[in-house]
Design a protein around this ligand. Structure first.
Ligand SMILES: C[S@@+](CC[C@H](N)C(=O)[O-])C[C@H]1O[C@@H](n2cnc3c(N)ncnc32)[C@H](O)[C@@H]1O
Length: 422
C-alpha cells in the first residue's frame, strides 16, 4: 500500500506539471517490484485523474492552506478512500508512512488529520461538490464551458462518457481470417464479446471484459489488432482502389496504416516525424505480415522529403487536442490549456496545405482528428475550402464540413473529412 500511494502521487505530480502518462508511467512504474503493483498504480492514477476535479475540491474544503509537497499524496489517498475498495484505515496509515518516506515526517500528523477529517465530512463535501462544475463534471472550467457552448444538447453525455472506463475493441485482420471465424475462436476461449452498433467498422468486435494482449487469441499471430471502434471507421472512408499510391502522413503507431493494408492491395508510405514512434509502425506491420515503406519526415516541409511522385490517397491523421479520447487518456483533460487549441490549429493547417501539394489531381485526402473541438474539425474544413480553390468535400462519406462521431460507450470521438482534388 505504501509503495502504491507513493508512486501514484509521483505520477500525479508529474501529470499536473504537464507531462503525459505516456512519458510518466514507463519511468515511474519501473520503481515497483511486481506486475500486480504496477497494475494497481496504473488503475489508481487513471482513477484519480478521472475524478481529479472532485479530489481537488475536497482537499480545498479540508485545508485552509495546501501543504506543499503533500498535496498529491492527499489527493491520491482521498481517491482511494472514495473510489476504491481499499480499507479506509489502511489508506490513512499508508499515507502517513508515505509522508514519512517522502521526508515529511513532521507533517505526517497533518496527513492523518486531513484524511480522518475527510472521512468525517465525506457526505457534506459531496453535497457541496455537486454545485461546483469542475468538481461535479471532472473537467477544467474552460473545457466545461466550451463543451456546453459547442454541444448544448450533448454536453452532459460527453462529460459522463469521459468518466467511463474505455472498452477493449479489436479489429480483425481480414487478410488472415474472417470476422466469423475469429468470433468462433473467441467463443472457443470462452471470451465474451459483442459487435458494436453499426457505425462503419465491419471488422470490429468489443470484448466484454478487458484482457491483456497475451490473452487475446491470435494477437501475436497477427489475427487481430487492438483499435477503438471509432478509429476503425477511418481507413474504410478512404475510398481505396487496388494499386493506388497511398501516403499515411502522420502514421505512428500505425493502427490506421495496417488497417489500410488489410483493406486493399495498395502501396503505402507510412511517414511520421518521430523515429521512435515510427518503429512501432514497423513492429505492427511485422506482426500483421503487412508491407509498407516507412519514412521519418516532417510532412509540413515537403522540400525535405518529397521526390516528386504524387499520391492517389492521403490519410492525414493530424496531431490534435485529443479531446475525443478522454476516457482512454484522462490526463489530457487536465494537461490541455485553452490556448493549445490555437497551436494545434496552426500545425494542422500547415500539414493540410503541405499534404495537398503531393496529392494527384482527382485524388482524395482524408483529414481526421480524435478531437471534438470544432476549431480543429469543421472550422478547419471551412478554412481549407476557402484556401484551396481546387478542393471540394467528397459527399459520399461526409455531410457539409465533415463527419463527427461524439464519444459514447462504444467508441471514442473522431472527426473525418474527405477532400477531393479537382
Ligand atoms: C494522431 S497521431 C497518429 C496516429 C496514427 N495515425 C494511428 O492511427 O496509429 C499523430 C502523429 O503525427 C505525428 N506528427 C506530428 N507532426 C508531424 C509532422 N510535422 N510530420 C509528420 N508527422 C507528424 C506524431 O508524431 C504522431 O505520431
Amino acid at each position: 500500500m505504501i509503495d502504491i500511494q507513493l508512486v501514484s502521487q509521483a505520477c500525479l505530480s508529474r501529470v499536473k506539471l504537464g507531462q503525459s502518462l505516456k512519458t510518466v508511467f514507463p519511468q515511474e512504474l519501473e520503481k515497483l517490484g511486481s506486475n500486480n503493483d504496477r497494475a494497481v498504480v496504473k488503475n489508481t492514477v487513471y482513477g484519480a485523474l478521472r475524478y481529479l476535479g472532485y479530489l481537488e475540491f475536497s482537499l480545498d474544503s479540508l485545508v485552509a492552506k495546501r501543504p506543499n509537497g503533500l498535496v498529491n499524496l492527499l489527493l491520491i489517498s482521498i481517491y482511494l478512500i472514495e473510489y476504491s475498495r481499499s480499507a479506509n484505515h489502511a489508506v490513512v496509515n499508508a499515507a502517513v508512512s508515505s509522508a514519512k518516506q517522502m521526508g515529511y515526517g513532521k507533517l505526517s500528523g497533518l496527513v492523518n488529520a486531513v484524511l480522518r477529517n475527510y472521512l468525517r465530512q465525506q457526505s457534506k463535501i459531496k453535497k457541496k461538490a455537486s454545485d461546483d462544475d469542475v468538481a461535479n463534471l471532472q473537467h477544467q472550467a474552460w473545457w466545461v464551458n466550451k463543451v456546453r457552448q459547442d454541444y448544448p444538447d450533448q454536453a452532459n453525455d460527453i462529460f459522463f462518457t469521459n468518466l467511463q472506463h474505455p472498452n477493449l475493441a479489436l479489429r480483425v485482420n481480414t487478410r488472415s481470417t474472417s470476422l466469423e471465424k475469429y468470433l468462433r475462436l473467441l467463443d472457443d476461449e470462452k471470451i465474451q464479446w459483442r459487435r458494436p452498433e453499426h457505425i462503419g467498422a465491419p471488422a470490429a468486435v468489443i470484448l466484454s471484459q478487458p484482457v491483456s494482449v497475451y490473452q487475446i487469441p491470435g494477437f501475436f499471430e497477427g489475427l487481430v489488432s487492438v483499435q477503438d471502434v471509432g478509429a476503425q471507421t477511418t481507413a474504410t472512408r478512404l475510398d481505396l482502389r487496388p494499386g493506388q499510391r497511398v501516403l499515411d502522413a502522420c502514421a505512428a503507431p500505425g493502427g490506421k496504416t495496417c488497417h489500410i493494408l488489410e483493406l486493399e492491395d495498395v502501396c503505402v508510405t507510412a511517414a511520421d516525424k518521430d523515429p521512435k514512434r515510427l518503429m512501432r509502425v514497423e513492429e505492427n506491420l511485422r506482426r500483421l505480415c503487412l508491407t509498407a515503406k516507412t519514412l521519418v519526415a516532417d510532412m509540413s516541409d515537403t522540400d525535405t522529403w518529397w521526390e516528386g511522385e504524387e499520391y492517389d490517397r492521403i490519410l492525414l491523421d493530424v496531431p490534435c487536442s485529443a479531446s475525443g479520447v478522454v476516457r482512454r487518456h484522462p490526463d489530457v483533460k487536465w494537461i490541455r490549456r485553452e490556448k493549445d487549441i490555437d497551436s494545434f490549429v496552426k500545425q494542422q493547417r500547415s500539414l493540410l496545405s503541405a499534404a495537398w501539394k503531393v496529392l494527384v489531381k482527382g485524388g482524395k485526402l482524408l483529414y481526421t482528428t480524435c478531437s471534438i473541438f470544432p476549431e480543429e474539425n469543421e472550422k478547419q474544413v471551412k478554412w481549407f475550402l476557402k484556401e484551396q480553390s481546387d478542393a471540394k468535400i467528397d459527399s459520399t462519406y461526409a455531410v457539409h464540413n465533415g463527419h463527427l462521431i461524439l464519444p459514447t460507450d462504444n467508441h471514442d470521438g473522431f472527426f473525418h473529412a474527405l477532400f477531393e482534388k479537382q
